[in-house]
Design a protein around this ligand. Structure first.
Ligand code: GLA
Ligand code: GLA
Length: 682
């Protein structure tokens, strides 16, 4: 895989200079009196904390008025942390503009699609394209970088915070101006834009770039390509803010790596992180578990995708929670063992640092009920004891620091353009959920005990995989069609689903029958889609049940097998799942939503031509998740017990880095526990 990522990872170093895994949290000392600071450092040392993210929301404290700066407190904290052996991932502090700035310059505030101005009072109330905000933000970055350039505690820069968390879509006049500039760059001429946007439809033809607006509240469905380009533009606008801050940092501190915390989790879809990854020195991610039947599958999926975005190099888990969050309808505490297992699942997928939001649970403010490493109850608490224990576990895992994730044989493709467009309004169904479909495939692989990589569609080295699963690959350009065709002709096994291959990069339909760009490769033709009403299902003749979607498929190509047909519904007795065999490769199509359960039943047949099956002993399949990291000398096998029962792993061997000692009959993994075995490199 080629990746523009450098590997400037800020490894935590032990007193002997050896690499360690990073461990720590967001640290917000400005919320506490000075007496607490020394206590914080003492407890951090007790917990094995070696890294903190500092000053994320400190703008108003650092720059109390337009013309005054107060660095004294930050100097003191930086020195204290350094004396305690704790490295600092120093934030640029631009994530929450202070009241003096929004009062003097209300024109930096974002505007919603319906024209309401977002007020200050929370955080991230700034327009990504505001020149006034940019100027003030970069001034702050310059002051910070100048002051701390040579500070020995500084190990990395943390640009802003979760860029786009609250302000990804801004419909202000600044956004309109920047959108036009972005469009001129993309299309050069109005004719090209008019063609791409299909403006012959509904009299939308533009005769001047200045007539173009963001897709603000409109009388009916806004132009779909305008919506798509606005999504692409909005992701780019935040990326530009990231690079603007980064350039100041690189100028002043060329040797200090720069990152920002991504939000590869659940439904966070506004930022195309696959596209951003090349702009940071190392990838950092935040992840929060949203309780539900697939919650830990989603954690694994997100960590796995983060690794894919990072080109399988080590990345930094910048935030997750020790227990409850504060922003869900009901905020559940973690059960015993979950804190460690969740953390180690990220490590299994390539995280070389495990950090939390936040160090000390706030006594005031909107996040006072959000868990932290030091809870309201203080150090004499089960939670803090678990934190200390996790610190020890991570120390035992020090040898894995710097190892890369070993690629699996199966890849699940993930693509932001397809995500954005497949869920647009005015489609055959409004119920399609791109992320859920991708997660269902991943869940099915987990249940079968099959290791898989989740990789960005446009940065994946397809040839490295025996099987490529591309759920709802809706937007397929001519180039991607060629890549997928080459992959299959070269012996690869492609599996795709309903609503794939339907549109080109401008969101125009590939004509002649669906699935358009993939029709020939799949050897099928669909004249009409058959979405299903909520609650409606169709039975397939392989004993699975479809929902959401069906297709009226005609087999056209040579060598197409019907693997399953519809037994009920409007398309009864027609194909539901097909596979075309081409030489050594194959291309399969699944025309309905089977859900994790149905896919678990179907997948073995889809994987069979590639000879892919579980590497786990039978007893452990579905109960244990595996991941592998490796370096020049060793292979590190992660075994994560997903279940509440002990799982025997006969025949699985290696030196135990963490986990139960291997007894007579081999390893038995206790409920919810994680083992890491070191094996010789192959
Ligand atoms: C995000 C933010 C943090 C905090 C947490 C709470 O990750 O970056 O500042 O608000 O959410 O879960
Ligand atoms: C109305 C409009 C048409 C078209 C149809 C779609 O009838 O007049 O232009 O939008 O709805 O159902």
């Amino acid at each position: 895989m080629t990746s523009p990522l450098t590997s400037r990872f800020p490894y935590a170093k032990g007193s002997d200079g050896a690499r360690r895994l990073g461990y720590g949290a967001d640290y917000n000392p400005e919320q506490w009196p000075r007496e607490v600071w020394a206590e914080d450092v003492r407890l951090m040392r007790e917990a094995g904390v070696n890294t903190v993210s500092l000053a994320i929301f400190s703008w108003a404290r650092i720059q109390p008025t337009a013309g005054t700066w107060d660095f004294g407190w930050l100097d003191e904290i930086m020195d204290l942390l350094h004396a305690g052996g704790i490295g600092v991932d120093l934030a640029t502090a631009t994530a929450s503009p202070p009241p003096w700035l929004t009062t003097a310059h209300p024109e930096i505030l974002p505007v919603t699609a319906s024209g309401e101005t977002v007020s200050p009072g929370a955080r991230q109330h700034w327009r990504p394209t505001s020149p006034v905000f940019r100027e003030h933000a970069l001034r702050l970055v310059r002051e910070l970088a100048t002051r701390y350039a040579a500070h020995p505690a500084l190990v990395a820069w943390h640009v802003n915070n979760e860029l786009g968390c609250h302000n990804v879509y801004d419909f202000s006049d600044d956004a309109a101006t920047a959108f036009r500039t972005w469009l001129r760059r993309r299309y050069t001429t109005l004719d090209a834009l008019n063609h791409a946007w299909g403006t012959a439809f509904w009299s939308q033809r533009y005769s001047d770039f200045d007539q173009i607006l963001p897709p603000r509240l409109a009388a009916s469905h806004p132009n779909p390509t305008q919506q798509l380009d606005f999504k692409r533009f909005s992701s780019d606008a935040l990326k530009e803010h990231l690079t603007a801050e980064r350039e100041v940092l690189r100028e002043l501190t060329p040797d200090v790596p720069v990152t920002t915390n991504f939000m590869v989790m659940g439904g966070t879809k506004g930022m195309d992180y696959a596209d951003w990854a090349g702009e940071v020195d190392f990838v950092a991610n935040d992840h929060y578990v949203i309780p539900g039947p697939q919650d830990r599958d989603e954690l694994s999926f997100s960590a796995n995708l983060t690794s894919g975005i990072a080109g399988h190099r080590p990345w930094f888990l910048m935030e997750h929670s020790t227990s409850a969050v504060n922003w869900q309808p009901v905020n559940l505490a973690k059960t015993p063992g979950e804190l460690a297992r969740d953390s180690l699942l990220h490590v299994a997928h390539g995280a070389d640092a495990v950090c939390f939001f936040q160090w000390r649970q706030s006594a005031a403010g909107a996040e006072k009920y959000h868990s932290a490493m030091v809870p309201h109850a203080g150090e004499d608490s089960e939670l803090f004891r678990s934190v200390v224990e996790l610190g020890q576990t991570l120390e035992a895992l020090a040898p894995i620091a710097g190892s890369e994730r070993e690629p699996a044989r199966v890849a699940v493709l993930f693509d932001w353009d397809s995500w954005w467009t497949s869920e647009h309004d005015s489609h055959p169904t409004s119920r399609l959920d791109y992320h859920r479909e991708a997660l269902d495939w991943y869940s099915a692989l987990l249940r079968l005990g099959i290791r898989a990589d989740v990789v960005p569609a446009h940065r994946a080295d397809l040839a490295a995989y025996d099987v490529v699963v591309a759920p709802v690959l809706h937007m397929v350009s001519r180039t991607l069609t060629k890549e997928l065709t080459c992959y299959v002709e070269g012996g690869g096994h492609l599996v795709t689903t309903y609503f794939s291959g339907v549109v080109d990069e401008n969101d125009h339909i590939w004509l002649g029958g669906y699935p358009g760009a993939l029709r020939e490769l799949l050897g099928i033709r669909i004249e009409e889609f058959g979405p299903l009403l909520d609650g409606d299902t169709v039975a397939l003749d392989n004993n699975t049940t479809g929902s959401l979607w069906t297709d009226r498929i005609t087999v056209e190509g040579p060598d197409v097998d019907v693997l399953a047909g519809y037994r009920t519904g409007a398309y009864a007795n027609r194909p539901a799942v097909t596979r075309r065999t081409t030489g050594r490769g194959s291309a399969a199509y699944v025309s309905t939503r089977l859900g994790a359960e149905g896919l678990t039943a179907l997948l073995p047949e889809l994987l069979a031509p590639a000879g892919v099956s579980s590497e786990l002993p039978d007893e452990a399949r579905g109960l244990v998740e595996t991941a592998v990291r490796r370096d020049a000398d060793s292979r590190y096998l992660f075994l994560i017990n997903r279940s509440d029962t002990p799982v025997p792993l006969p025949g699985v061997t290696g030196d135990v880095l963490i986990g139960p000692a291997v007894a007579g009959d081999g390893l038995v993994l206790p409920p919810r526990e994680v083992a890491v075995l070191r094996q010789g490199a192959h």
